[in-house]
Design a protein around this ligand. Structure first.
Ligand SMILES: Cc1cc2nc3c(=O)[nH]c(=O)nc-3n(C[C@H](O)[C@H](O)[C@H](O)COP(=O)(O)OP(=O)(O)OC[C@H]3O[C@@H](n4cnc5c(N)ncnc54)[C@H](O)[C@@H]3O)c2cc1C
Length: 399
């Protein structure tokens, strides 16, 4: 191995690459680095503020083939149900599968694997900042400073929301949700079918739906999700979950064995992709799809492209994960939702009623072609979407 790097004066450690944040993006990138021989002799540092001991998130995503985390897929579904007051249906996903990964399994598998790589250091310290200096990038923690050729950063250091609210033509919604992993005494679920979205619930606090992810006949994750400007009080999510279990699933007798709460930005505010030797990844790097909150697969695409850029000695800052037109579509959707031109339940009902499920999945993954996108646009209310589209196109042209 060729660990020839010398620290900058006054700096504790010098690395080829530093990954700040051992969450989904940081560990997805580290995993890909461990799986390519180019990185065997690179000195890599991973820093997070705390060791990973909790199952704090459940990631769901679609995939046709096996992904790099196939061995830790916890459950998968080939059929999903969609419910709303206007339209309900069951969809076959093949050739896709809707897969679930528990965050603790991802953390444990990648961190355990990293222990077998002597070129990887792992440090648990609170990071204060990352900055570019001449010919290097530096991470500062309370106790230490580390430098590297590149820092891949997944930490959001300053709250994005006040910055976004100050910007013109920027929509700021939050996707917030609370989920209960429940166990029932009697068989209550079909573990082969997930409820992807159920919009039949109250819509008066924002676009609201529940999803149900059964893993066994007596076990499911039931989550209540809202798209709105502000989050709710915890007891309001609890009441919504309780009511859903009772009124829609007829389940009265259950134990809550785990709780999950989350907030995901739904905004066309542009998160910085980084600068010079600091490359932002994950939500911090803009990998969250603003109209849906889905991030996991965009993180995978981004980390794959970063690895390719490093292998080919290209600047990883210049990577583009999605075509710009998808940013425009997301802004149009946020415009309609934020300005309450159409309620989310009606909008998603039109989308699911009038398009093949495979095209909807491709669209949510930013993988449709323009012809498919035209069909999707034609499938939703033109009187609602056309003015929003015109406004967003003009805004984009003036930017
Ligand atoms: C509960 C929840 C469920 C989600 N479910 C899905 C889903 O089903 N599908 C999907 O596509 N997306 C989902 N998302 C969205 C997205 O995939 C996740 O938020 C994902 O974890 C984003 O990855 P990340 O690496 O950007 O951030 P994180 O995974 O949050 O990683 C950031 C890391 O940085 C560390 N850190 C933060 N500040 C500091 C500091 N100052 N010093 C040191 N370390 C620090 C944190 O400890 C953390 O480990 C979900 C989000 C949440 C919150």
């Amino acid at each position: 191995m060729n660990f020839s790097k010398l620290p900058l004066p006054g700096i504790k450690g010098a690395y080829d690459y530093i990954i700040t944040g051992a969450g989904c993006a940081g560990l997805s990138l580290l995993k890909r680095m461990m799986h390519h021989s180019l990185f065997n002799d690179k000195k890599i540092l991973l820093i997070d503020k705390a060791e990973k001991s909790l199952n704090d998130k459940t990631w769901c995503f679609w995939e046709q083939q096996s992904g790099i985390f196939e061995d830790i897929v916890y459950h998968r579904w080939q059929q999903i149900d969609f419910y709303s007051n206007d339209f309900s249906a069951r969809f076959d996903l093949l050739p896709y599968q809707y897969k679930m990964i528990r965050s603790i399994d991802l953390y444990t598998s990648v961190l355990d694997e990293a222990k077998h790589h002597p070129n990887i250091d792992i440090v648990y310290e609170d990071i204060l900042l990352v900055e570019n200096v001449a010919n290097a990038a530096v991470v500062k923690t309370i106790a230490n400073e580390f430098c590297a050729d590149y820092i891949f950063n997944s930490i959001i250091f300053t709250d994005w929301k006040p910055q976004a609210l100050l910007q013109k033509h920027t929509y700021v919604l939050l996707q917030h949700f609370k989920g209960w992993l429940i166990e029932t005494n009697k068989a209550a679920f079909d573990e082969r079918i997930a409820t992807f979205m159920d919009f039949r619930v109250e819509q008066n606090k924002g676009t609201s739906f529940v999803y149900v992810l059964p893993m066994a006949k007596n076990k499911a994750l039931v989550e209540c999700t809202l798209f709105s400007e502000n989050i709710l009080q915890q007891h309001e999510y609890d009441a919504a979950l309780k009511n859903y279990l009772q009124s829609y699933l007829n389940i009265e007798d259950y134990n809550v064995i785990h709780t999950e709460f989350g907030i995901i930005p739904m905004t066309n505010f542009k998160f910085s992709k980084g600068e010079k030797r600091i490359i932002n990844i994950g939500t911090a790097g803009g990998q969250t799809k603003s109209s849906s909150g889905y991030t996991f697969q965009f993180i995978q695409k981004h980390s794959k492209k970063i690895i390719n850029a490093l292998i080919n000695q290209n600047d990883p800052l210049n990577i583009k994960v999605n075509a710009s037109r998808f940013y425009l579509y997301d802004s149009i959707l946020l415009n309609v939702l934020s300005n309450k031109k159409m309620s989310g339940d009606k909008l998603f009902a039109q989308l699911f009623k009038n398009n093949p499920i495979k095209v909807i999945i491709k669209f949510l993954d930013n993988e449709t072609n323009f012809k498919e996108e035209l069909k999707i646009m034609n499938s939703v209310s033109l009187t609602t979407f056309l003015p929003a589209a015109i406004k967003e196109v003009i805004t984009a042209l003036l930017r």
